[in-house]
Design a protein around this ligand. Structure first.
Ligand code: ADP
Ligand code: ASP
Ligand code: MG
Length: 409
């Protein structure tokens, strides 16, 4: 007998029929002799609907109140799933994040989990109940409701699995695993049965939203294996899936494992700034003081005592960051600022890059052959990322997918 934490995403619980199907799936796992804790997201579209309502009242409104609203979606699904289980004769009990309790810091809309009380859940399991927990939410020390950032139910599931020392954390979604790239963009994408947590971490941080980055960070830190699988396939005891686990257990040493991408960034450039010590700090200091995260940074080689400086931020932060940069430009007497949100970042990821030279240059050649201009580059031990014009994103993903031999067949 094992203890399993299962998470069902928005589409998996998108209708009453889907919720009943999830209940049947959960019951089959119980019948196979396992203790099951289930984490659910809001029904698909619900969180977006609430974001719309919030924006219709006041987009700049208090984050505390936003969380009060956003957390309601998951409260509906835990109740519905619990009722569905009970109506099929399976004892079950639902809990909000605050009831469990999932204690977080007080950073509303992107809170981090600090502690989980596993006592009540264990007591329920000991009585043969299925425990159902609302994803994406917790409470801070003062009992304010907090949420964990979009896609945060994944993180709830991993954190519960760690707290309960579960044997496995199963992430049920609308794809039957992690693919070499998003199968919605590249139909040739290949299913990966096994992937290292480290590679998944790079994939997620470079934009593969199949798992929330914080969930992968949590799993990596506590060495919790994750299984990604579909809630839409026929349920078998050994379903098609991707196991994301420790690197030692992932034998195949391929050079490039997958391709991640995102359209979430915007690029800012300030040109004609004095090429002198402290300039990077003068430019980026005000940006980080405003809690804006900077991703890529490039300072050009100076000429005639002047230089250019380019960096990227999340598109949502562009308006604020560009104001700050213009203020800096005025102070520095800089020639001008330029902003562009029509960019996209494409990354190749693979632990095998450590032992293969020339991966980056191959990537650059493949893109050059298609006439795709590279604006920015950043690398780590196991990834190379480039920023290109957004209009070339799909093409870049497809040609790289082909060139690195990732296509199916
Ligand atoms: P859920 O609502 O279940 O959390 P998400 O929409 O958050 O589901 O995540 C699943 C989606 O992630 C898939 O439908 C797919 O389009 C997307 N995705 C992006 N990159 C990948 C990848 N490399 N492999 C599989 N799916 C991916
Ligand atoms: N319902 C939340 C969202 O849409 C959390 C989640 O689905 O993981 O972002
Ligand atoms: Mg998700």
């Amino acid at each position: 007998m094992a203890l399993i934490v299962q998470k069902y995403g928005g589409t998996s619980v998108g209708t009453p029929e889907r919720i009943k199907a999830v209940a049947e799936r959960v019951i089959r796992w119980v019948q196979r002799g396992h203790d099951v804790v289930v984490v659910v997201s809001a029904m698909s579209g619900e969180t977006n609907r609430m974001v719309g309502l919030i924006n219709a009242i006041d987009p700049a409104g208090a984050a505390r109140e936003k969380d009060v609203i956003l957390a309601t979606g998951e409260q509906v699904t835990i109740g519905l799933l619990s009722m569905a289980l009970q109506s099929k004769g399976q004892d079950a009990r639902s809990y909000t994040g605050g009831q469990v309790k999932i204690l977080t810091d007080e950073v509303h809309t992107k809170a981090r989990i600090r502690h989980i009380d596993d006592g009540p859940m264990r007591a329920d399991l000991a009585q043969g109940r299925v425990v159902i927990v609302a994803g994406f939410q917790g409470v801070d020390a003062a009992s304010n409701i907090t949420t964990l950032g979009r896609g945060g139910s994944d993180t709830t599931a991993v954190a519960l699995a760690v707290a309960l020392k579960a044997d496995e954390c199963q992430i049920y979604t609308d794809v039957d695993g992690v693919y070499t790239t998003d199968p919605r963009v590249e139909p040739q994408a290949r299913h990966m049965p096994l992937l290292s947590l480290e590679e998944m971490l790079e994939m997620a941080s470079q934009g593969s939203k199949v798992l929330q980055i914080r969930a992968v960070e949590f799993a990596y830190k506590y060495d919790m294996p994750l299984r990604v699988l579909s809630s839409f396939d026929d349920d078998s005891a050994t379903p098609k899936s991707t196991l994301v686990t420790r690197e030692e257990d992932v034998m195949e040493e391929v050079m490039v494992r997958g391709i991640a991408f995102n359209r979430d960034e915007a690029q800012l450039t300030i040109s004609g700034v004095p090429d002198q010590p402290g300039i990077a700090y003068q430019i980026l200091g005000p940006v980080s003081d405003a809690n804006i995260e900077v991703d890529m940074i490039i300072q050009n080689v100076g000429r005639d005592g002047l230089t250019d400086f380019t960096f990227t931020v999340h598109r949502n932060d562009l308006a604020q960051a560009s104001l700050l940069l213009e203020q800096t430009a005025e102070k520095l007497d800089a020639a001008r600022c330029k902003f562009d949100d029509q960019i996209a970042k494409v990354s190749i990821v693979g632990a095998g890059m450590r032992s293969h030279a020339g991966v980056a240059s191959k990537m650059f050649k493949v893109l050059a052959d298609e006439g795709i201009n590279i604006r920015l580059v950043s690398t780590s031990e196991i990834k190379v990322s480039v920023v290109v014009d957004e209009k070339y994103l799909e093409l870049a993903v497809r040609v790289l997918h082909e060139a690195f031999g990732l296509a199916a067949g």
